[in-house]
Write a protein that binds this ligand. Sequence first.
Ligand SMILES: CC(C)(COP(=O)(O)OP(=O)(O)OC[C@H]1O[C@@H](n2cnc3c(N)ncnc32)[C@H](O)[C@@H]1OP(=O)(O)O)[C@@H](O)C(=O)NCCC(=O)NCCS
Length: 175
Amino acid sequence: MTVRPVRPEEYDALAALTVSAYQALLGPDLDRGYVAELADVAGRAAVVDVLVAVDDEGRLEGGIAYIPGPGPLAWFDGRDEAGMRMLAVAPAVQSRGVGARLIAACVERAKAAGKASLLLHTTAPMVVAHRLYERAGFRRDPDRDQVLEGGLLLLAYVLHLDGRVGDTRPGGGIG
Ligand SMILES: CC(C)(COP(=O)(O)OP(=O)(O)OC[C@H]1O[C@@H](n2cnc3c(N)ncnc32)[C@H](O)[C@@H]1OP(=O)(O)O)[C@@H](O)C(=O)NCCC(=O)NCCS
């Protein structure tokens, strides 16, 4: 498996893969507006780094958006921070380590760019993702949680890359 930037001819396939992964998990709870956002691979590839995992035959297995700094798609404004969004692995190839590889690729990018931390937001049902984030060293940072219009709680996870320790307070676990 290889992780590399998405190619324009893969935009449609990555859009379908991303929507199908989120739909498989969330079903009818998946907001229609968010489906359109998940499917807009061209839009995000124009402003951030969209990475894909492909198998040895070039078949798309998953994708993630690496947000290199403040600006479009960023939930942060610190210049020493980077972010990750829209992690998705095709349901047919889940549980083979693809998700972990995509996360690792973003961590590598953030380290190479000299970032102090890597931030992401997730939601309560995404428990498989939470385990992956925890295993990669991310810790909950409730102070950076967000509540969307309509009340959806976005849980913040942060990976500190500058040697600081993350939030290990009791109750700082998955909410
Ligand atoms: C979250 C998601 C990306 C994980 O992708 P994935 O490729 O299945 O992730 P991994 O294979 O790296 O890890 C998933 C599990 O498989 C296990 N696994 C990994 N490689 C394995 C292998 N070779 N054999 C057996 N199990 C393995 C991992 O340990 C992990 O187990 P756990 O759930 O008990 O912790 C995927 O489930 C998904 O697309 N979900 C819907 C969208 C979503 O929730 N996105 C997160 C947004 S915040």
